[in-house]
Design a protein. Structure first.
Length: 147
């Protein structure tokens, strides 16, 4: 029996309801995507830094901007400054519509998407997230494990 490749998306948000909605939206959009939720940027970095070269790295990192301990902006800066992580695709995801937040995301080579108001909008946004997802990373990891 052939197992379906899972693509992992790391999602940092301190709102448990938002975590569940995002997971449901991705399940609705694509069954091969697994959302790994964490509560803040510090947990996201801990998760990423614990990954070994053999582990599957996320095809996308989604960071809420406003979180306790370490917010999404600080986490994004640390990801971009890390030799091991700097190429991973990142999206800042927030209720903010501030041009300053969009400019910050662009400066640090990340996309910026505003949080939607309805679940239907969220499913549409899941499709937009997937466009940022680097499935080549997941495919490369699968090939490395097979060899």
């Amino acid at each position: 029996m052939h197992a379906t490749t899972q693509h992992v998306i790391l999602y940092a948000d301190d709102d448990h309801d938002d975590q569940q909605l995002i997971a449901q939206a991705f399940e609705h959009f694509d069954a091969t995507i697994k959302v790994h939720p964490v509560a803040n940027g510090e947990e996201a970095l801990d998760y990423l830094l614990r990954l070994s070269p053999e582990d599957q790295h996320p095809c996308l990192i989604i960071l809420d901007i406003n979180m306790p301990k370490m917010d999404g902006k600080e986490a994004l800066m640390k990801i971009r400054q890390s030799e091991a992580l700097h190429k991973l695709p990142v999206v800042l995801f927030s209720t903010s519509t501030s041009p300053k937040d969009k400019d910050f995301a662009a400066k640090w080579n990340a996309a910026f998407i505003s949080k939607p108001l309805t679940f239907t909008d969220l499913v549409t946004i899941a499709e937009a997230f997937v466009k940022h997802c680097d499935f080549e990373i997941a495919q490369k990891r699968t090939l490395e494990k097979a060899s």
